[in-house]
Structure formats: C-alpha cells, structure tokens
Design a protein around this ligand. Sequence first.
Ligand code: C2E
Ligand code: CA
Ligand code: CA
Ligand code: CA
Length: 265
Amino acid sequence: AKAQGRDRSAVFDQVMRETALHSLELEADLRRAIIHDEFVPHYQPIVDMTDGRVIGHEALLRWQHERRGLLAPDAFIALGEDSGLIEQVDWLMYAQVVRRLAQQPKGYLSVNVSPRHFSSADFAERLLDLCRTHGADPAQLRLEITEVALLDDAPRTLRSLRTLREHGVLAQLDDFGTGFSALSYLHRFPLSVLKIDRSFVSGLDSDQPESFALVRAILALANTLGIETIAEGVETEHQRRALLGLGCRRGQGYLFGRPAPQLVN
Ligand code: C2E
Ligand code: CA
Ligand code: CA
Ligand code: CA
C-alpha cells in the first residue's frame, strides 16, 4: 500500500509538472499571439425572435493558434486574466470589431469587456478614440459586462460607463442571474440591456415551473427598470416559443446561428 501511495504521488507530481509546463508554454504562446495578432473575432447573430430578423451581433474571441487550431476563450481566458494579458487581447479584438463596424454598418456589434478594464481611467476615451480613428459610429457599439465588473472600484466604472453612454455606447449586463445579484447595481449603473443567462433558458425546455417563474421574475424586474432583455443560449424552438410567451423578444443561440467569422444579414 505504501509503494502504491508513492506511485500515486509520483504520478500526481508528474501531472502537476505537466500542467505547470503547459500553462507556461501557453502563456508564451499568448504573448507571441499578441505580437502577431492571431485573434479572429467570430460573430453570433442576435435576433428578434418574432421574425428572426438580425438586430445585431456579439463578437466572440477566437485564437487561431499555429499548432492547436482555432481556440475558444475557455482554453485561455483564465490564463489571460491571471497574467494580465487579457487587456491587450481585448484591445486587439476591439480594433478588429470597430473596423468591421466601419465597413459594414448595419445593426450593432457588442464586445465582451474583461472586468480588469474598469480599473484603467482611460478605458472610455481609448474606446472612443478607436471609433474615431476608424470612422465607426460609437452608437453601434455595445459593451457586455458581467456583474463582477461592477463590484470593484465602482466610481471609476460608473464614470467610464457614463462617458460611453453619452456617446451612444450602451452597456449590456452579461450572464444575468449567475453572479452576486445584489440587484442594487441595476439602477446604480447605466445599463440598457440585461442578458438572461443560458442556464435559465435551458430550464424552459423541461417545462419546469421554477424556470418559468425565474425568467418571468427577471423580465418583470427588467421591465420595471426600463431595461431591454436578450435571452442567451436559445437552442430549441420550444425555448423560443416559451420566451416569446413570457414576453422576451430578443434572443441569441444556436437555433438562430453559431458564432462565425462573417456577419449575418
Ligand atoms: P459569453 O459572453 O456568455 O458568450 C456566450 C457563449 O455562449 C459563447 O461561448 C457562445 O459561443 C456560447 N453560445 C452561444 N449560443 C449558444 C447556444 O445556443 N448553446 C450553447 N451551449 N452555447 C452557446 P464562447 O464563444 O466560447 O465564449 C465564452 C466566454 O468567453 C464568453 O461568454 C465571454 O465571457 C468570454 N469572451 C468571449 N469573447 C471575449 C472577448 O473578446 N474578451 C473577453 N474578455 N472575454 C470574451
Ligand atoms: Ca457576452
Ligand atoms: Ca453571456
Ligand atoms: Ca458567460
């Protein structure tokens, strides 16, 4: 038993070493990817669920890795956040998205904002400058932020969001219902859209009364505050109908389109 224990800890050490090596290697790769801008935004349509009309797109980060192929954010976002590299990656994404917006100015494009950005005082100015440089209309750009972003350094975040809003950049609260849900920030921050997290939407499939009640409560709250809603992760016709029945008109999900390099008209 003792020998077996030793073996097991040797295996464990080996795994730890490989994991550490892997993340060191990935971090080096990520630094190189930033220099060569190996990021390719994919766009997923956001539709009016009554008629399928596309009203905008969410830009989703993809990394064209030279050996590993196309990587989704799950594979590297935690590393990007820990190493502080995510901000540089995001700026490369925003530059591409803003350029796309200038070329193909139909509907809006939303970008994801890492919470770290709000600790820099010039986030809003820098984003507006980027729009000016490329001739994009800031009123067609939207930000997706999570509840976590609203927790730290609130005054600075508030200032950034206000400045952006004055220039027409709307803020959408991402993954609503999964975070701290203190709710007080809903009226403290200038938020225009609330994205209902996929976990609530998937519950509508099984006709669970609790899921219906939760979505209904979220919609009532948004309504009261005059905030628009978008349902995330809509995968089935059943979910689409249920959401429309509850009064949620905008949706995003595989049912309407997967993230792809091109915009959908
Ligand atoms: P998110 O902002 O909640 O984005 C929605 C995620 O759900 C995307 O995953 C999208 O591909 C996926 N999705 C869309 N429709 C469906 C559906 O019907 N079913 C299912 N199962 N999934 C669906 P993705 O692209 O892997 O992105 C994961 C997360 O990475 C995003 O979650 C966001 O938090 C983060 N992220 C994406 N792009 C960026 C970026 O440019 N910067 C930063 N900082 N984070 C990003
Ligand atoms: Ca998002
Ligand atoms: Ca989301
Ligand atoms: Ca998410």
